[in-house]
Ligand binder design. Structure first.
Ligand SMILES: [Mn+2]
Length: 352
């Protein structure tokens, strides 16, 4: 993790991408709005450049599902391949370059590990997370102060297209960038919202993005099974650590009996934030594909950013690193090879 530093610039990445015969864009498993938005925007910018020079479209996005229900609407006509858990990597395309967006951690690109490893020299990482495995990509554009990876990706898109302002971006690139920016900031509610975020958001609106349409497309498309799954999650609520931590647990049976898909629990970790005394929230999920080595529990965790009752905010990335996870100070995750009850005990123990 020691070399987790930027060694290139947006314009150098753009110049490098312009020379490529074929580019594969990757992101973390179970892609969210920022993961999908960043890869789609970049693929479209690369393909615009190659089409304008008479070449065939060369960029495509490879995703490891489960995918959110709104993904097809965002993906549109852009060349994408979705690998469901346990499926092999598609072998049809042998790209000259790989770009990994919104993560730089082996643990988040598991489906592609063996495919990416020999290609490190031809791989770039564009990310905004605080830590990662630098050896994944020889080129690294890391903006750890960015709220969304769509911010540095917007700069690469501008450099590719020779534009000076995001207001000039074509709508099919502005929309996915806006989606990443809006979702990674919780629709501009989280503490990572700053002047840069609002400026880029304003510029993308100027480029023609329709905020209400994107909000409805992402946030108001649930199936009733997700609401039923939320009822299960709320029924499992435990408030521990002197009322500071709200824990929810979802078992495989909760998903099966409600008919919910693995991606349907997204955002549940934010629900308990509404309670004043709760400073941290965690959702523990029994992983869908229990491996021969035993059960896997996924932990998703958030913390509030303001001091409370004389206590500093908890750095959940640092906390979950002690359990092999990572992420941002206010939003982090981990995967533990153990049943939910054991993972819950470990988490509470790690909190001290
Ligand atoms: Mn992100």
């Amino acid at each position: 993790m020691s070399d987790w530093t930027t060694n290139t610039s947006a314009s150098d990445i753009a110049a490098w991408l312009k020379d490529q015969r074929a580019v594969v864009l990757l992101t973390h498993t179970k892609p969210d709005g920022d993961a999908l938005g960043s890869t789609l925007a970049l693929a479209r910018a690369i393909n615009r450049v190659s089409e304008s020079s008479g070449a065939a479209s060369v960029a495509e996005c490879w995703y490891a599902g489960p995918m959110p229900p709104w993904a097809p609407a965002l993906m549109g006509e852009t060349k994408c391949r979705v690998i469901e858990p346990g499926q092999p990597v598609p072998g049809a395309l042998d790209p000259s370059a790989v770009v990994v967006c919104d993560t730089g951690a082996w643990g988040q690109i598991e489906a592609f590990t063996e495919w990416v490893r020999p290609r490190a020299g031809d791989t770039a990482i564009i990310d905004h997370h605080l830590s990662g495995n630098a050896e994944i990509g020889a080129r690294r554009l890391l903006d750890t102060k960015a709220a969304a990876v769509c911010q540095p990706v917007a700069e690469v898109c501008l450099a590719l297209l020779g534009l000076s302002s995001p207001t000039e971006l074509p709508i099919e690139i502005a929309e996915p960038l806006y989606t990443g920016l809006a979702t990674d900031t919780g629709w501009y509610r989280h503490s990572n919202v700053d002047r840069r975020v609002m400026h880029l958001a304003g510029d993308l609106l100027e480029a023609g993005v329709n905020h209400g349409r994107i909000f409805e497309r992402i946030e108001e498309q649930d199936r009733t099974s997700r609401l039923r799954l939320m009822a299960r999650a709320l029924a499992s609520l435990e408030i521990v650590k002197d009322k500071r931590l709200a824990l929810m647990s979802l078992t495989k049976a909760d998903f099966d009996e409600t008919g919910a898909a693995p991606g349907d629990s997204g955002g549940f970790v934010d629900v308990a934030r509404s309670v004043r005394d709760i400073r941290m929230t965690a959702v523990l999920t029994e992983a869908e594909n229990n491996s021969p080595e035993g059960p896997v529990t996924k932990i998703s965790m958030r913390s509030k950013s303001e001091p409370f009752d004389g206590e500093e905010p908890v750095d959940v990335a640092a906390l979950l690193r002690t359990l092999g996870g990572g992420g941002h100070a206010r939003a982090a995750g981990a995967r533990l090879r153990m049943p939910i009850a054991e993972a819950k005990a470990k988490l509470i123990e790690a909190l001290g």
